[in-house]
Design a binder for this molecule. Structure first.
Ligand code: DP6
Length: 325
């Protein structure tokens, strides 16, 4: 009753921002992401008859009760599905740059979903796996697939039609993704809390789901036509609209630091000299840049000239979840 799975992180080009159901992790809007090849989580789950609680070892260390509780909450779903009341030892390793603050719940829950369902003997397809991963963290449902992935929000109250699906094969369009490290400090407003606050209090939120759906249509067309600049433009615009909602929240908040703006301006400057580069920003100050592989080196070099940049990590498009054993 043991299995190991590996899942890669993903970066949303059209953001998931706001839930219509917090228990089932049902989003207000559909979203679109790319799976990265460099950052991933490998997780081994072993269900044992002699355990009386779950044990969670992350990067070689036993985790605290709060972290273990999150895993237990998730494993309870898998236990319920299988009808087996067994506890597990979960060993998880995050392959992300040390202390880079890029650790993602997306790869973590995608790997945990795949390893735990396999270990407990459930035979499920990727669509079902995507729905299960979603119950750990919304963005995890997209990490089941490689390449360009859409999470369709669905309409059903039980979440049965809220899952991710691939848009094009993961090796059919070569794009470079640069993760720009500004700070590895813990973010002040976690994405879960931030999206809840904007849904409940931001007067700018009501236009977000409408805009996101429009942006999604543009992004999908750009991907089908392999129109990188069109995809880049809508990616940037969508990220800015997401961050605009935070300014109207009560209390208001802003994920950016001054260096975030330095990177935004640098990317705009690079475009004015003919490079194909566009930024996106999640619930924190670090910036991700998508660019054409031919421009990657020039973009990287120009970023290193900014004093507040601590590091830049390059990735390409990565694969979906894999069972290793
Ligand atoms: C800004 O998936 O981390 O990165 O579902 O509450 O676990 P929960 O949130 P999470 O939110 C990700 C938000 C985002 C945008 C995105 O990845 O689409």
């Amino acid at each position: 009753m043991k299995a190991t799975a590996m899942a890669h992180t993903n970066i949303a080009l059209i953001k998931y921002w706001g839930k219509r159901d917090e228990t089932l992790f049902l989003p207000m809007n559909s979203s679109l992401s790319i799976t990265l090849d460099k950052f991933y989580t490998t997780t081994t789950v072993e269900f044992c008859t002699h355990l009386y609680e779950d044990v969670f070892i992350l990067n070689g260390s036993l985790t605290n009760e709060a972290e273990t509780q999150k895993v237990t909450r998730f494993l309870n779903i898998v236990r319920k599905m299988s009808g087996k009341e067994l506890f597990a030892i979960v060993k998880s390793n995050n392959k992300v740059p040390t202390a880079a603050g890029f650790a993602s719940s997306a790869s973590g829950y995608a790997a945990l979903a795949a390893a735990s369902t396999k270990a407990i003997g459930l035979d499920i397809d990727n669509r079902t796996l995507s729905k299960i991963a979603r119950l750990g963290s919304g963005s995890a449902c997209r990490s089941i697939y490689g390449g360009f992935v859409e999470w369709q929000k669905g309409e059903e109250e039980d979440g049965s039609d809220s899952f991710a699906k691939p848009i094009i094969a993961h090796d059919s369009w070569d794009i470079s993704i640069l993760s720009v490290l500004i700070t590895a400090n813990q973010k002040k407003v976690l994405s879960r809390e931030g999206m809840k606050r904007v849904v409940e209090t931001s007067p700018f939120y009501s236009s977000w789901p409408i805009e996101a759906e429009k942006d999604l249509i543009i992004a999908k067309k750009a991907i089908q036509e392999r129109d990188f600049d069109e995809l880049g433009r809508v990616t940037e615009a969508n990220a800015l609209k997401m961050h605009a909602t935070t300014l109207g929240a009560n209390p208001p908040f802003l994920y950016w630091q001054s260096a975030t703006i330095d990177v935004i301006q640098k990317v705009q400057e690079l475009r004015s000299i003919g490079l194909h580069a566009y930024f996106t920003i999640d619930a924190g100050p670090n910036v991700k840049i998508i660019c054409l592989p031919q421009d990657e080196q020039a973009v990287k070099e120009s970023l290193h000239s900014l004093p507040a940049i601590r590091d830049v990590y390059s990735s390409r498009i990565g694969p979906g979840v894999q069972l290793l054993a």
